[in-house]
Design a protein around this ligand. Structure first.
Ligand SMILES: *Cc1c(COP(=O)(O)O)cnc(C)c1O
Length: 406
């Protein structure tokens, strides 16, 4: 059938029969003709602002009588798409996305504490989170007490009249410890508990259902899952998320629409990726456990892991793709291993589609003193393995070759 020529293309904001100068055509260009079919994949709303019909529409938008957006720092359809999917996955009323995990943590802290207030935090945290809390303490007079996340009673004991928030990581980095989230939430009473669930994802663990008020993710990791995005997201009650979102927008921690779009695309395969990496990581951790060059293996799925029992209770769908193992020897032995790993790169991130290795002592936890690391059991021979989507037998072979070379 011939294409009907009767319907002329309508270019938004530009009449086709108007003779515009080249400058005007260029300056107002880039619009596709208007059409009525819908795209099969979500568009990227790469726009700073949204044009308004008039002042009445501005009032309607500002008072939420109509749905829409005004300025991308405050909100954008791609932010909303990722945030609402995350809220549904976490069983939360609402979620807020930010420019990075650290940005999301900043927005949460700004929404909860002022100078003189008190925060309780687990001792084993993502290095930068611990560093941020120390900075809040030294620069802004926020009091911070670090406690053992494996001892729920310690949270109760740490509560002061000024305590506004407690922060833990579950599964924790880098020793993969699983804390008793319901017991910690109970010990804290009315004080909101934030769980950094980056390593577990909503596929393996839903912290809000376990008693936490806020769940946090570095979306730079598994949620996106392809190693090409920096983003963070938090989810919880609508009233809390409103405050967090206000801080996100006010302090400029908004994410980029294109990255939200990428993360939404990554999210489509999250459940099958988590299932796969959990299976491969379980197999590799058993393999490493029996290797003579390996001193110890930290994987919550192993019976030998100190938090295996609670992990079985809290993570019924799998134990994730992160494995840590300690070599006999220190930094030099690790350096040798990294040189021999071939196709498995040393990359200071995790949760890429590819398997990567990292060195907590030199990357995520280098901001700690050697004594503090030693006290937590993060020793110089420790290697962190982020198991990817490759064939597990190929990975085993590559590890075998590299271990035999040291
Ligand atoms: C990476 C990471 C963060 C920080 O997130 P960014 O997106 O890198 O800012 C926080 N917590 C954990 C557990 C992480 O792995």
């Amino acid at each position: 059938m011939d294409r009907p020529d009767k319907i002329p293309p309508v270019i938004k904001g530009l009449s086709m029969d108007l003779e515009n100068s080249e400058e005007t055509i260029c300056a107002r260009g880039g619009w596709a003709p208007e059409f009525v079919t819908r795209p099969s994949s979500p568009p990227v709303y790469m726009t700073t602002a949204f044009d308004l019909d008039g002042l009445e529409q501005l009032d309607d938008l500002a008072s939420a009588r109509i749905a829409g957006y005004i300025y991308t720092r405050d909100g954008n359809p791609n932010h909303e798409a990722f945030a609402s999917d995350m809220a549904r996955l976490e069983g939360a009323e609402s979620a807020v996305v930010c420019s990075s995990g650290m940005g999301a943590m900043t927005a949460v802290l700004l929404a909860h504490v002022k100078s003189g207030d008190h925060v309780i935090a687990g001792k084993v945290l993502y290095g930068r989170t611990g560093q941020m809390l120390n900075q809040l303490q030294s620069q802004f007079g926020v009091q911070v007490t670090f406690v053992d996340a494996l001892d729920p009673a310690a949270f109760h004991q740490a509560v002061t009249p000024g305590t506004k928030l407690a922060i833990i990581e579950n599964i924790s980095n880098p020793l993969m410890e699983v804390a008793d989230v319901p017991a910690i939430a109970a010990a804290l009473g009315e004080i909101p508990l934030l769980v950094d669930s980056t390593f577990a994802t909503p596929v393996l663990q839903k912290p809000l259902a376990l008693g936490a008020q806020i769940v946090f993710h570095s979306a730079s990791k598994y949620l996106n899952g392809h190693g090409d995005v920096m983003m963070g997201v938090v989810a919880g009650k609508l009233s809390t998320m409103r405050k967090v979102k206000a801080m996100m927008a006010l302090f400029g921690m908004n994410s980029n629409p294109y990255e939200c779009w990428l993360a939404s695309r990554g999210l489509r395969t999250l459940p099958i990726r988590m299932e796969r990496v959990s299976r491969s990581a379980a197999e590799l951790s058993s393999y490493l456990l029996n290797h003579p060059k390996v001193r110890s293996v930290y994987y919550p799925g192993l019976e030998s892991h100190p938090t295996h029992a609670i992990a079985q209770k809290l993570l019924p769908r799998g134990f994730g793709g992160m494995v840590a193992f300690e070599l006999h020897g220190g930094r030099e032995t690790v350096a040798k291993l990294f040189r021999s790993l071939g196709e498995i790169p040393f990359s200071p991130t995790l949760a890429d589609a590819r398997t990567t290795v990292s060195y907590p002592t030199g990357t995520s936890h280098k901001f700690m003193t050697a004594a503090d690391r030693e006290a937590l059991g993060i020793r110089d021979g420790l290697v962190r393995l982020s198991v990817g989507l490759e064939d597990v037998n190929d990975l085993k072979q590559e590890l075998e070759m590299a271990l035999n070379a040291i």
